[in-house]
Design a binder for this molecule. Structure first.
Ligand SMILES: Cc1ncc(COP(=O)(O)O)c(C=O)c1O
Length: 419
C-alpha cells in the first residue's frame, strides 16, 4: 500500500470499495458517518486509520473468540510460515494429520474423519455432498431462517428469501420447516431424506434458542428414517454458547458436524466437516472425489491446532458462560426499561440477541454504538435483531461499557420517537 495520511486512507479505501468491491456497502457506511478504514487489531479492539479504538461486539461474528491476534496462534503461524505454508498435496502433511486427529478427539461420539477447507460454506457443501452420496437419497430438510453460507448448496439450505431469490433455481430437494418445531420436522423427514441440517442455535435468524429436547427429537427422527443429522456449529461451536459445542447442551451427537470461524483462531480462514466413519465410505473409496487446492493447508492447520489448544486451556466455554450471563442479564434489564423499543433479549453464552420492535431501530442503534466506539451489527437474516458476539476474553468492565452505551443510545432513541 502506498504511504497515505490516516485521514486520506479512510476516504481512499471507501473510494476503492465503491469502484471495485461493493458500492452498496459504501452507501451504508457513509449513512453511518464512517469514513475510516481499519488498520490493526488487538484483543477486543479494532483500531481505525484515525487511531480510534473500537470495542468489537461483532466479533467476526464468532471468529474472534480468542480475541484479535492471540499470541500463541500468531506464533504458530509464524513458525509454520518458515517451514512450509502450503502443501505439495503429493506427500502427506503432518500438520493436517494432527489437526484431523485433534478434531476427532474434541468432537463427540464417534465423529472421526475430517474434510478441512477454507470457509464455513465449504464445510457445509462437503457435508451436503457426503450425505447425498452416502445415502443416495435426494432430499434435505433445513430450517426456516437458517444461515449456512452463500455458495449454491449452502444457500439452498439457508432460509432467507432475499438472499435466495436472485439466484433461483437453487439446488432442488430442500424443504424448510419452522425452527424449533419438532412435529413439523418429523412430518417433513422420510425415507427419501438424505439429511436434516440444523444450527443448534440459529444465529443469523436472530439468536433463536430452540425449546429443550429439539435436537434430541431431530436425532430421533433421523435415526428412525435413516436420514443423517448435520449440525452446523460454525458459529455456535468451540465455546461460544458456554459449552464446547452447542449440541453438548442436549448431549446430542450428529452424523456430520461443521466447524469454522473460531477454528482459525481469528488469524487464518478455516472450515472443517467432521463425519462418523460409517458414512465416510464414499470419500474413502475415492480419495480425490472431494478436494480443495488450499483447503487444509499447513498454515491454516497450524493456526487451528494452536487455536484449539488455547480455546481448551483458557476454558473459553466457561468464560463465555460467565460473561454471557452478565451480558444477557444487562440486556434483559434494558428490555424491561424500554419495553416499547425492545421485544426481547435472548441468547446463550456470549451469543446474545436484542430484538427491537421496529426493524429500523437496528440501524439507529448500531450507528449510536459506533459513535460510542463500539462495533456491532444486526443478524444477517433478521435485521430487527442486534447480535452481540464479543471475544470470550471481554472483561466485566467492557461488558458494562457496552451496557452503558446501549442504555444511552436507547434513551436518545426513545426521546426522538416521543417528539
Ligand atoms: C452457522 C453458519 N454456517 C455457515 C456459515 C458460512 O460460513 P462462511 O462465511 O465462512 O462461509 C456461517 C457464517 O456466518 C454461519 O454462521
Amino acid at each position: 500500500m502506498s504511504p497515505t495520511s490516516p485521514d486520506d486512507l479512510g476516504a481512499l479505501t471507501l473510494r476503492r470499495y465503491h469502484d471495485h468491491l461493493n458500492p452498496g456497502m459504501v452507501t451504508l457506511l457513509k449513512f453511518m458517518g464512517l469514513e475510516i478504514a481499519e488498520v490493526s487489531a488487538e484483543g477486543c479492539y479494532v483500531i481505525a486509520s484515525d487511531g480510534t479504538r473500537y470495542l468489537d461486539y461483532f466479533g467476526g461474528p464468532g471468529v474472534f473468540t480468542l480475541g484479535h491476534r492471540p499470541a500463541s496462534v500468531i506464533a504458530a503461524v509464524r513458525r509454520q510460515l518458515d517451514e512450509m505454508p502450503l502443501s505439495s498435496h503429493i506427500l502427506p502433511d503432518p500438520v493436517l494429520a494432527e489437526l484431523a486427529e485433534r478434531l476427532a478427539e474434541l468432537t463427540p461420539g464417534d465423529l472421526q474423519y475430517s474434510f478441512v477447507c477454507n470457509s464455513g460454506a465449504e464445510a457445509v457443501e462437503g457435508a451436503l455432498k457426503l450425505a447425498r452420496a452416502h445415502t443416495q437419497r435426494p432430499h434435505f430438510v433445513a430450517a426456516q431462517g437458517a444461515f449456512h453460507g452463500k455458495t449454491f448448496g449452502a444457500l439452498s439450505a439457508s432460509g432467507r428469501e432475499s438472499y435466495r431469490a436472485p439466484f433461483q433455481p437453487l439446488l432442488s430437494g430442500f424443504t424448510h420447516v419452522p425452527f424449533g418445531d419438532a412435529d413439523a420436522l418429523a412430518a417433513a423427514v422420510d425415507d427419501q431424506t438424505a439429511a436434516v441440517i440444523l444450527e443448534p442455535i440459529q444465529c443469523e435468524a436472530g439468536i433463536i434458542v430452540p425449546p429443550d429436547g429439539y435436537l434430541a427429537a431431530a436425532r430421533e427422527v433421523c435415526d428412525r428414517t435413516g436420514a443423517l443429522l448435520i449440525l452446523d456449529e460454525i458459529q455456535t461451536g468451540l465455546g461460544r454458547t458456554g459449552k464446547w459445542l452447542a449440541c453438548d447442551w442436549e448431549g446430542v451427537c450428529p452424523d456430520l458436524l461443521t466447524l469454522g470461524k473460531a477454528l482459525g483462531g481469528g488469524v487464518m480462514p478455516l472450515g472443517a466437516m467432521v463425519a462418523r466413519p460409517a458414512i465416510w465410505d464414499v470419500f474413502a473409496k475415492n480419495p480425490y472425489i472431494h478436494t480443495s487446492t488450499f483447503g487444509g493447508n499447513p498454515l491454516a492447520c497450524a493456526a487451528a491446532l494452536a487455536a484449539l489448544e488455547a480455546l481448551q486451556t483458557q476454558d473459553v466455554a466457561a468464560l463465555c458462560q460467565v460473561r454471557g450471563e452478565q451480558l444477557l442479564a444487562g440486556c434483559q434489564r434494558l428490555a424491561a426499561k424500554y419495553p416499547s423499543l425492545i421485544v426481547e433479549a435472548r441468547g446463550r453464552g456470549l451469543l446474545v440477541g436484542i430484538q427491537f420492535a421496529d426493524p429500523d431501530m437496528g440501524g439507529l442503534v448500531i450507528g449510536g454504538l459506533l459513535q460510542n466506539h463500539i462495533l456491532a451489527a444486526f443478524a444477517m437474516n433478521a435485521r430487527e435483531t442486534l447480535r452481540l458476539e464479543p471475544p470470550a476474553i471481554i472483561t466485566e468492565a467492557e461488558v458494562d461499557t457496552l451496557l452503558t452505551a446501549l442504555d444511552d443510545v436507547l434513551q436518545m432513541t426513545a426521546a426522538l420517537l416521543e417528539e
